[in-house]
Design a protein around this ligand. Structure first.
Ligand code: CP
Length: 317
C-alpha cells in the first residue's frame, strides 16, 4: 500500500480488519517494524481522536512521530496551480510538500472542506496536491469528502460486536446539528460498508440531505427514519449538511435525534458515532450513557485501524 485515501486503497477489507484486531490483541507485536522511520502528522483543522490514536499507533510500530498544527502554526498554504499569490497565502504546496517529503517517510494530513463550493471540495485539491508533490506515502486523517481511518475503525467495531450468523442490518441515520458539518464521515462510512458488502445497509435522512451517489450506491435510502430503524443491528448516527444546495442546514427537526423510544424499533441495536458529538442535539444522553452505545469502544479502535494501515505502508518503504 503506498497511500491511504479511500477504501480503494485497501484490496482486502476483512484482511485489514483482522490485522487491526491482531494489533488490538498484541499492540507491540511489530514494535520494530517502523524503527528508524519518521511519520509527520499535519493538521489543518482540530482533532483529538485522529491525532492521538495515530501517534499511539506509530509509536507501537517503533516510529518517530512529529505533529504539526499547520493550520494554526504554519504558513498559510496555497493549493491552486499557477496562483498569483498576492492574497493571504504565503507558501505554495508545491514548495512545502517536497520538503516534508524529505523530513518524513510517511506524511499524514487532515484537511477540510470549505462547504462553499461543492466542486472544489469534491475535487479533493488539498490532499491530491500533497500526494502529487510530497513524493512519499500520504495517509488521509480526514479530507474534504472522506474519513477513511474512521470508516475502517467502524467496520472493525461492527465486526467485533456482531456474532449472529445472518447479515447484520446497518442503518446510517442523519441527526440534527446547529452548524453545517462536512459530509466526510457519512460519505466514507457509506463507501466502506458498500465495499465491505457483508451487511444490509440502509441510509435515512430528511429530504434535501442526499449524499453523493458514488458513495451510497448499493444502499437502500429512505426519508422515513422509523421505517429504517426497524430491526437494525447497528445504528450509525451522524449529522451532515446539504449536498445539492451545498453546505447548508435545511432541517433541524429534533425528532430526528435518536432516543430510547426510537431504539425500541431496532433489534436492540448498538449505537455508533465518530465523535465529537453534541449531546442532546445529535444524540441523547440516554443513548450515549446507556448500554447500547459503543462510541468509546469505537473511538478506542482508532489506534488499531491506524496501526494496521501504517504497518501495510511500512512494508513497502
Ligand atoms: N472522529 C474524529 O475524527 O475525531 P477527531 O476530530 O477528534 O479526530
Amino acid at each position: 500500500m503506498n497511500k491511504f485515501i479511500s477504501v480503494h486503497d485497501v484490496p482486502d477489507i476483512p484482511g485489514m480488519v483482522q490485522k487491526a484486531l491482531a494489533y488490538k490483541a498484541a499492540p507491540l507485536k511489530d514494535k520494530t517494524l517502523g524503527q528508524n522511520k519518521r511519520i509527520g502528522l499535519l493538521f489543518l483543522n482540530p482533532s483529538m481522536r485522529t491525532r492521538l490514536s495515530t501517534q499511539v499507533a506509530a509509536q507501537n510500530l517503533g516510529m518517530e512521530c512529529i505533529v504539526f498544527n499547520a493550520g494554526q502554526d504554519g504558513w498559510a498554504l496555497e493549493f491552486e496551480e499557477e496562483a498569483i499569490m498576492s492574497g493571504n497565502t504565503v507558501e505554495h504546496v508545491k514548495d512545502a510538500a517536497p520538503i516534508l517529503g524529505k523530513y518524513f517517510d510517511i506524511l499524514c494530513i487532515r484537511t477540510f472542506p470549505s462547504l462553499k463550493n461543492r466542486d472544489d471540495d469534491y475535487s479533493e485539491l488539498y490532499i491530491n496536491q500533497f500526494i502529487k508533490y510530497a513524493g512519499i506515502p500520504v495517509v488521509s486523517l480526514e479530507s474534504a469528502t472522506l474519513h477513511p481511518l474512521q470508516s475502517l475503525t467502524d467496520i472493525i467495531t461492527i465486526t467485533e460486536n456482531y456474532t449472529a450468523q445472518r447479515r447484520p442490518k446497518i442503518v446510517l441515520t442523519w441527526a440534527p446539528h446547529v452548524k453545517p458539518l462536512p459530509q466526510c464521515v457519512a460519505n466514507s462510512f457509506s463507501q466502506w460498508v458498500n465495499a465491505w458488502g457483508q451487511a444490509d445497509f440502509v441510509i435515512t435522512h430528511p429530504e434535501d440531505y442526499e449524499l453523493h451517489p458514488d458513495f451510497t450506491k448499493g444502499a437502500t435510502i429512505t426519508h422515513n427514519q422509523d421505517e429504517a430503524l426497524k430491526d437494525a443491528d447497528f445504528v450509525y448516527v451522524k449529522n451532515w449538511s446539504t449536498f445539492n444546495d451545498y453546505g447548508r442546514i435545511y432541517c433541524n427537526d429534533p425528532s430526528w435525534m435518536l432516543n430510547n423510544e426510537k431504539l425500541r424499533l431496532t433489534n436492540n441495536a448498538k449505537v455508533m458515532h465518530c465523535l465529537p458529538v453534541r449531546r442532546n442535539v445529535e444524540l441523547s444522553d440516554e443513548i450515549l450513557d446507556g448500554p447500547n452505545s459503543i462510541v468509546t469502544q469505537e473511538a478506542a479502535n482508532r489506534v488499531w485501524a491506524a496501526q494496521a494501515v501504517l504497518s501495510e505502508i511500512l512494508k513497502g518503504i
